[in-house]
Design a binder for this molecule. Structure first.
Ligand code: NAP
Length: 545
């Protein structure tokens, strides 16, 4: 890691870098900036660090990526000095961990909390960015890192009468943190059965008098890896965290999965397939077990197997049938993980409503009306998801070259190069955005990789006379094509309605937002740009421009 020259800033720059957001990527970005000798300010809309792990404080929220690799590896001490209580750590613990890391890194003082960034404008003459906040502050800087997360803008529920409800209403994405929500003895309706709904519903059922689950689309639900951490695996991680860090980037998904891709289903006979599928299910790694899971034939077999296991867990045949996703193949959108969700529907006070058969007509002051009946409710829980990626980005007034807005640049959907930069917005960086390995990888590994790439790029700019960097238009076109190419090879990716392609938001352009080419391939392409002096970019202010 090189140290940058601390020569004088342009007179109008208040600092080198502004980092917006203090979740996994933001914390590491703040540390990286300071470590490389750059002056940095941070802004965070929440009152503490954590990002996703601050806001999604709903009962049952926990990470369904194993704690062995869903963590930072950039300093050995974070691997050696933190003990995870479970392979699937609960939300509060991950938030505590992020605070622990932020404290140890000494970056908390750099962040202004409870402050939303409202505008980020580029000035072509000076090459600087002006960042304005909800608190009325203005900061001028050379580089902006928008570490605002992909799933940070809750989707407004598109149902008539939402505001008319007189009972208590909660969103999983902004669950109250300052008090305990008391659901004891209450009649609770839950709308939404994605990853958040699947986690919150069993917890609601422990307390509520009745739980009515309003499901529009069923999802695949596979077992979690939850349980005590294996001391031998923890010891192995602690022995050489930096080797683990490099190793994570050599994988497809940025995860340490010991049982990944052992078989090709196609190579096994029927009995062999049955045995391998049963082992993968019992080992809780069915999503990752087969090297040919992306091929239609194997995927169909895996999907069929999971549907059967799901149905077995539910006593009532109608409910069992309706909890199973028949409309899309496994992996077409993000599978949910739970060991208790499906069995929750065996409890007498929990009822599934299949909205395709009896849609919600409206929300009324005392409940929810469907075409079949009215449900009297004391509480409604919305687990209705997010306006992914562009939702958070468009909540900030971002203007680049020629005053063009990010909304204009993304009028046809997300458009970027390598997931991190947008043509027309020089020196503005977007970790965790569209067209990166995103949620098809481990977001913690991705945060470190992208922030390293971003700050290695900044490092290069600082060493080369501080020109401005922006991707070429042609690079963006080609990157979109590559993202589409890999999505086409993934069963159901382009045909399944999900937030991956913007299909959960009415009117949102449909662009598949996750790069499925694998973490290693992605990392190699980023490294090649750095090594070869940014052939995919325009460098404004450099003789090449
Ligand atoms: P989601 O996957 O988008 O699910 C939203 C749910 O709400 C869907 O079932 C959707 O139905 C339903 N819905 C939305 N609007 C509706 C309406 N008007 N009427 C009826 N139903 C409606 O959102 P999420 O569950 O919050 O998960 C989002 C992502 O966050 C996940 O894919 C995952 O990447 C991440 N996440 C991770 C974890 C974890 O690691 N443990 C936990 C939670 C979330 P349709 O499908 O029919 O649209």
């Amino acid at each position: 890691m090189s140290t940058m020259p601390r020569d004088t800033l342009k007179p109008s720059a208040d600092c080198d870098v502004v980092v917006i957001g203090a979740g996994f990527a933001g914390i590491y970005a703040l540390w990286s900036a300071r470590q490389r000798g750059l002056s940095v300010r941070g802004f965070e809309s929440a009152s503490d660090v954590g990002g996703t792990w601050f806001w999604n404080a709903y009962p049952g929220a926990r990470c369904d990526v194993a704690s062995y690799s869903y963590a930072y590896f950039f300093r050995d001490e974070f691997v050696r000095d933190w003990d995870w209580s479970d392979v699937c750590a609960p939300q509060q613990e991950i938030q505590r961990y992020l605070r622990f890391v932020a404290q140890r890194c000494g970056i908390l003082d750099l962040v202004t909390f409870d402050t939303r960034v409202s505008a980020v404008h580029h000035d072509e003459d000076s090459g600087l960015w002006t960042v304005r906040t909800s608190g009325g502050e203005t900061v001028v800087c050379r580089y902006v890192v928008l570490a605002i997360g992909a799933l940070s803008n809750p989707k407004a529920p598109d149902i008539d009468g939402v505001a008319s409800f007189k009972g208590e209403a909660y969103f999983t994405s902004t669950w109250p943190r300052d008090r305990t929500v008391d659901l004891r003895g209450k009649r609770v309706g839950v709308i939404g059965t994605g990853s958040s709904g699947v986690q919150v519903i069993p917890e609601v059922a422990k307390l509520a008098k009745t739980v009515t689950v309003f499901q529009r689309t069923a999802n695949f639900v596979v077992p979690t890896e939850s349980g005590p951490m294996d001391p031998a695996r923890v010891e192995a991680l602690r022995k050489d965290p930096q080797a683990v860090r490099s190793g994570l980037r050599e994988t497809y998904g940025g995860n340490l999965v010991t049982n990944m891709g052992q078989h090709r289903l196609h190579d096994l006979d029927q009995a062999g397939q049955d045995e391998a599928l049963a082992q993968a299910w019992a080992g809780k790694y069915i999503g990752l077990a087969f090297r040919d899971a992306h091929l239609p034939e194997a995927n169909a077999r895996i999907s069929e197997y999971i549907r059967a296991r799901m149905q077995e867990q539910v006593n009532d045949p109608w409910t069992a049938h309706h909890l199973v996703p028949w409309d899309h193949p496994f992996g077409g959108k993000r599978p949910c993980r739970s060991d208790v969700y499906l069995q929750t529907f065996n409890e007498p006070h929990v009822r599934l409503i299949a909205l395709p058969e009896t849609p919600i007509v409206r929300i009324v002051p005392d409940g929810i009306e469907t075409t079949a009946q009215k449900f009297d409710l004391d509480v409604i829980v919305y687990a209705t998801g997010f306006d992914a990626v562009s939702g958070a980005l468009f909540s900030i007034d971002i203007r680049g070259l020629g005053g063009a807005t990010m909304r204009q640049a993304w009028a046809d959907g997300p458009n970027n190069y390598l997931g991190t930069m947008v043509h027309g917005f020089p020196n503005l960086f977007l970790p965790s955005s569209a067209m990166s390995p995103s949620v098809l990888s481990n977001m913690a590994t991705l945060a470190e990789q992208q922030i390293d790439f971003i700050f290695d790029s900044i490092d290069w700019l600082e060493r080369n006379g501080r020109p401005r960097l922006q991707p070429r238009q042609a690079s963006q076109v080609s990157w979109r094509e590559q993202t589409l190419h890999y999505a086409q090879r993934r069963p159901g990716a382009l045909t399944t309605k999900s937030w991956y392609s913007g299909a959960n938001i009415p009117g949102k352009p449909r662009v598949f937002m996750v790069y499925c080419g694998g973490f290693k391939r992605y990392d190699d392409i980023c490294k090649a740009e750095l090594r070869d002096g940014f052939p995919g970019y325009d460098i404004v202010g450099d003789e090449r421009a």
